[in-house]
Design a protein around this ligand. Structure first.
Ligand SMILES: Cc1cc2nc3c(=O)[nH]c(=O)nc-3n(C[C@H](O)[C@H](O)[C@H](O)COP(=O)(O)O)c2cc1C
Length: 200
């Protein structure tokens, strides 16, 4: 008979929201979210930069992406008022800068520059991209769903832009350049350093 692995179960259904996802007893739930930089603008076209890890792809045809955001964040407010945002995909070399962004006052372009990053024009939107990121998904707001103080924001990808180096690289080499990373427990992140092919 197969040996069973000992588990610790967390029944979070009866807990108050603040005690539940994503942290119970200091342990982040074992679903990781890639770390991304969301840029958005307000009606006056003043940009804002937000770090988000509760993020993923939800449909390929059409291309739909979504992320969780606190409703008090400028990112959520901007997207609701202008209907657009960009998911900028950073490599791990930006990790230190990214954790510091949350300490910077949201002051438009200055916020981006204070973070040591460069805003550059996007192809389809008024929202700027972040030059130092490896890829950018220019999105239009599709729908939102509120859960108390948080909301899920879904967008349709209008245009995807990826570093030429990535596009031209052998498929297994791409991830060495991208160095994608995900938020783990508090202050920890994990890096995708290697792509492996399933042996046929
Ligand atoms: C690695 C990391 C991941 C984060 N992920 C999220 C997230 O998924 N959703 C969220 O609302 N806040 C997240 N935060 C917190 C926000 O980035 C932070 O509160 C920020 O000040 C919000 O900026 P904004 O108002 O421009 O959106 C994360 C912070 C860090 C450092």
């Amino acid at each position: 008979m197969k040996k069973t692995v000992e588990k610790v179960d967390y029944d979070i259904s009866g807990l108050r929201a603040v005690e539940t996802f994503p942290i119970v007893d200091g342990l982040r739930f074992p679903l990781v979210g890639q770390t991304a930089l969301i840029t958005s603008v307000n009606k006056e076209k003043i940009p804002s930069l937000g770090v988000k890890s509760s993020i993923s792809i939800f449909s390929s045809r059409p291309a739909v992406v979504g992320f969780g955001c606190n409703t008090s964040h400028l990112t959520a407010k901007n997207i609701l008022s202008t209907g657009e945002f960009i998911i900028n995909v950073p490599g791990t070399e930006l990790a230190k800068k990214i954790w510091k962004i949350t300490e910077i006052e949201p002051t438009g372009e200055k916020e981006i520059k204070k973070a040591g990053l460069t805003p550059v024009k996007s192809a389809k939107l008024s929202t700027p991209r972040i030059a130092e990121c490896k890829a950018h998904l220019e999105c239009s707001l599709d729908w939102t769903k509120k859960y108390g103080e948080e909301m899920v924001i879904f967008g349709r990808v209008l245009l995807a832009s990826v570093d030429k180096k990535v596009v031209e690289a052998d498929v297994l080499e791409r991830y060495k350049h991208l160095k994608l990373f995900a938020q783990l427990d508090n202050g920890l992140y994990g890096v995708i350093k290697e792509a492996k092919k399933l042996s046929s």
